[in-house]
Design a protein around this ligand. Structure first.
Ligand SMILES: Cc1ncc(COP(=O)(O)O)c(C=O)c1O
Length: 388
């Protein structure tokens, strides 16, 4: 456990204890010595470890979370068809649909879970819908996940899970990524488990697994040669990344437990604080607290709050999930339907408190105290006429 030496809390902090750094270095030395640099024994160990932990029969390691999404979308066959994605998600969820030849169709989100719901998805479905991508924003799996699966099944549509935020998260004992046809993870540096760059597909569908293995390696029918049977890409995971990811993955339970402890401190200290309302986690959800999301009172200027917290208390809030809905992104303007009032409101008013896998109780208390004090001051300073 780290001690707070100065009262500064960064927005994100990847955690690599000294013993892990040594293990990773030893694995990399071995890879260099043997010349096994990509898709080798470390990648296979990483895949086996993820499959075992999430309870999926198959896992396929790839170069990024975006690649993982594009591969499963290509397997499903979204080319020339529509894919429903939440208006509030990361750019890559929708971009992967376009790269796979499909058209994203945005849908609004539920204000409590920030996820798609059957009610928001239904109006976006057409005869041409191939898939729905459920995103577990902030590491919360919505209690609606089974109803979403039922809706998709009844229409012959694939339910896919973008579980980039959701390592170690689940609902009612079932791990994120195992509710639909396939789930995808990202190991980008800010994620709960990081490999530098990397991604993973989990599935119970053997054909999807076989296809993913072909897609990730230039669409080749076999690793050591063979015909190119798919329009694949250089989506392999290197052994060096696998060494990092595998070592981090073994810390998953410890990381999530620590994140939950920090979140419990936030829950307790922020309960009833004027101006800030943490999102309440619904029953049955087992969040990993990739993000701790709270909604600000509408009169509070988020940018000013972030600045005051950083300058006055040394606290950097973490990046929002997300600050701008995708239908407002210039690159997706030509696809913009809407309005999506919930997504727009959530994007405008949310903040994410910093949560680190090695966060101390003292750090969490410092964040909560600083936030409550700064918001209180901003509310007092707010001219009354602006509060109507
Ligand atoms: C929701 C979501 N989907 C997809 C991705 C893409 O993952 P990557 O950066 O590994 O390509 C990310 C994160 O970066 C993400 O947050």
């Amino acid at each position: 456990m780290r001690e707070v030496q100065e009262q500064t809390v960064p927005a994100a902090r990847p955690v690599f204890p000294a013993e892990d750094r040594e293990r990773i270095a030893a694995m990399i030395v071995e890879s260099l010595a043997t010349g096994s640099l990509t898709l080798g024994p470390l990648t296979r160990r990483f895949e086996a470890s993820v499959a075992a932990r999430v309870g999926a029969p198959f896992a396929v390691a790839v170069s990024s979370g975006t690649a993982a999404l594009e591969i499963v979308l290509r397997h499903v066959g979204v080319d020339g068809r529509e894919v429903v994605v939440p208006a509030n998600t990361f750019f890559a969820t929708a971009a992967a649909v376009l790269h796979a030849g499909g058209t994203p169709r945005f849908a609004d989100i539920d204000p409590q879970t920030l996820a798609l719901s059957p009610e928001s998805v239904e109006p976006a479905l057409t005869k041409n819908t191939a898939a729905v991508v459920l995103v577990h924003i902030g590491g919360v799996v919505t209690p609606d996940v089974q109803r979403l699966r039922d809706l998709c099944d009844s229409r012959g549509i694939a339910l896919l899970e973008d579980a980039a935020h959701a390592h170690g998260a689940g609902f009612d004992g079932k791990h994120a990524g195992t509710f639909g046809r396939a789930g995808t993870f990202s190991f980008y540096p800010t994620k709960v488990v990081a490999s530098g760059e990397g991604g993973m597909i989990v599935t119970d569908d053997e054909r999807l697994r076989d296809d993913a293995v072909v897609y990730r390696d230039q669409g080749k029918a076999g690793f050591l040669g063979g015909e190119h049977t798919r329009l694949g890409y250089a989506w392999r995971m290197s052994e060096l990344h696998a060494a990092v990811g595998l070592t981090q993955w073994e810390r998953l339970d410890e990381f999530v437990a620590n994140r939950r402890r920090a979140a419990a401190i936030y829950d307790e200290m922020l309960a009833g604080t004027p101006g800030v309302t943490p999102l309440e986690v619904p029953r049955g959800c087992e969040p990993n607290y990739y993000k701790y999301v709270a909604m600000l009172d509408g009169v509070i200027d988020r940018d000013a709050l972030k600045r005051e917290l950083r300058e006055g208390s040394g606290v950097s809030l973490s990046g929002e999930v997300y600050a701008r809905p995708l239908h407002h992104e210039p690159v997706f303007a030509y696809l913009a339907q809407g309005p999506f009032p919930v997504a727009e409101d959530v994007c405008r008013r949310q903040i994410c408190l910093p949560v680190h896998s090695d966060m101390t109780a003292a750090e969490a208390r410092h964040v909560a105290e600083s936030l409550a004090a700064t918001v209180g001051r901003m509310l007092r300073d707010e001219p009354l006429r602006d509060r109507a």
